[in-house]
Design a protein around this ligand. Structure first.
Ligand SMILES: Nc1ncnc2c1ncn2[C@@H]1O[C@H](COP(=O)(O)OP(=O)(O)OP(=O)(O)O)[C@@H](O)[C@H]1O
Ligand SMILES: [Mg+2]
Length: 398
């Protein structure tokens, strides 16, 4: 079961939320609702499910409801309608005391403006989350010191936030959130106030930590590059509505509508898309067939080549011509011995990295998975297809 679930979440800010929601259900738009009733529709029937260990990015333009959504997850905001279930617990059903315990133990938040206590040193800021949890002083100093080191701030323990750069301050914020050992990290535009270079360093650090810690992260951003880098999946909000949820590749390759298309149109697709997201299954895999069987299979599939694999993985390609010649010569070698080296690429590499091999190879290039086995193939045609933004495909078709 998903760790975090929001079900049919709707939120109206204003004098008469329930009534306003009824008007929305009757077809009234967000703008009309505001003009006529002074109610703001912030979320409109949003359902999401975030899996354990997932980095789930929420993006959308300013005012689309991102902060409202994330604040529902630790119930800083109560919905007008809908449910929030975290780890099987109905968060709206918690008493005030239970809610306090849930917030401190299960979730940690990292804020855009760092949210540090100015009169506390770095280490005391990091220890603060533990203090709130009621951890003893010696223990919390030790744990905090460890996290200060982990985020690369060793030596700065006794400095004050004002003595640190923005990036360093946000590292303190991150260390504070991580030190509480909360399973869920809620990050609302956590890196948006940072300079581009520092920002990308923070993204690297978060990904490094996440590879090790496997937290469940809900990360809000309005920066698509950041979303594509960090997100296992990305949810796109527009005017309080969920427009699309998908992996970065799904969002890039199949944007749900013009709003999403506008977001993705300037993305460097070759850098963002990975080979495994766009490869095709191998048309013909050959293992220990006889030459005659291999030839028959090639004829049946209309395949000029086969991809030879054995239990150690991918061995190379064999051409129909070579199989024919071997049969004619009556030398009866194995299919494997006819395999010739051909370029291969790793499933995890970007299209940009795979480009040279793909373009220089006569045949679709073998894609090798992390286990060394043949995972798929990638042709130059397919690369061309995925590098063309969908808008252009559509225009060309019109
Ligand atoms: N406390 C509030 N009272 C009234 N309206 C609010 C409140 N909080 C948010 N809103 C409205 O709800 C809508 C969604 O706001 P929200 O802050 O969730 O957007 P956002 O996507 O986080 O935007 P940003 O990128 O600017 O942070 C907006 O129209 C906003 O004006
Ligand atoms: Mg916001």
């Amino acid at each position: 079961m998903a760790l975090i679930e929001a079900r049919h979440l709707s939120k109206v800010f204003g004098p008469s939320p329930k009534k306003a929601l009824a008007l929305v259900r009757g077809g009234m738009s967000k703008d009309e609702l505001l003009a006529k009733t002074k109610n703001v529709l912030a979320l409109d029937d949003v359902s999401i499910a975030v899996e354990r260990g997932e980095t789930f990015v929420v993006m959308g333009l300013s005012g689309s409801g991102k902060s409202t959504l994330i604040r529902h997850l630790n119930r800083l905001i109560d919905p007008t309608e809908g449910e929030i279930v975290i780890d099987g617990v109905d968060v709206l059903g918690l008493s005030i005391r239970e809610l306090e315990r849930f917030r401190r133990g299960k979730t940690a938040m990292v804020f855009q403006r760092f949210g540090l206590l100015p009169h506390r040193t770095v280490i005391d800021n990091v220890a603060y989350g533990l203090e709130v949890q009621g951890v003893r002083k010696a223990k919390r100093r030790a744990t905090a010191a460890e996290w200060v080191r982990t985020v690369g701030l060793a030596g700065y323990e006794d400095r004050y936030p004002s003595e640190l750069s923005g990036g360093m301050q946000q590292r303190v914020g991150l260390a504070r959130a991580l030190s509480t050992d909360a399973e869920i990290l809620l990050m609302d535009e956590a890196f948006s106030a940072l300079d581009p270079l520092i920002r990308s360093q923070m993204q690297d650090q978060l990904m490094e930590l996440q590879a090790r810690l496997r937290k469940t992260i809900v990360f809000i951003t309005h920066d698509l590059d950041e979303a594509l880098r960090l997100g296992d999946r990305i949810a796109i909000l527009k005017d309080g509505r969920l427009v699309q949820v998908g992996t970065p590749a799904e969002i890039l390759l199949n944007p749900a509508d013009a709003y999403v298309r506008a977001f993705v149109k300037d993305v460097n697709r070759a850098r963002v898309l990975t080979v495994d997201a766009v490869m095709k299954p191998p048309p013909l895999r050959l293992t220990d067939e006889t030459l005659e069987q291999a030839l028959a299979a090639m004829q049946r599939r209309g395949a000029e080549i086969g991809y030879v694999v054995n239990d150690r993985g991918y061995r190379g390609i064999v051409t129909r011509e070579a199989v024919n010649a071997a049969i004619a010569s009556h030398t009866a070698p194995t299919v494997e011995s006819l395999a010739v080296d051909a370029p291969s690429i790793d499933a995890g590499s970007s299209i940009a990295e795979a480009l040279p091999a793909t373009l220089s190879s006569e045949y679709p290039v073998a894609v090798i998975g992390a286990d060394g086995a043949l995972a798929g193939i990638l042709s130059a045609d397919r690369v061309g297809e995925v590098l063309t933004p969908p808008a252009e495909i559509k225009e060309a078709a019109e």
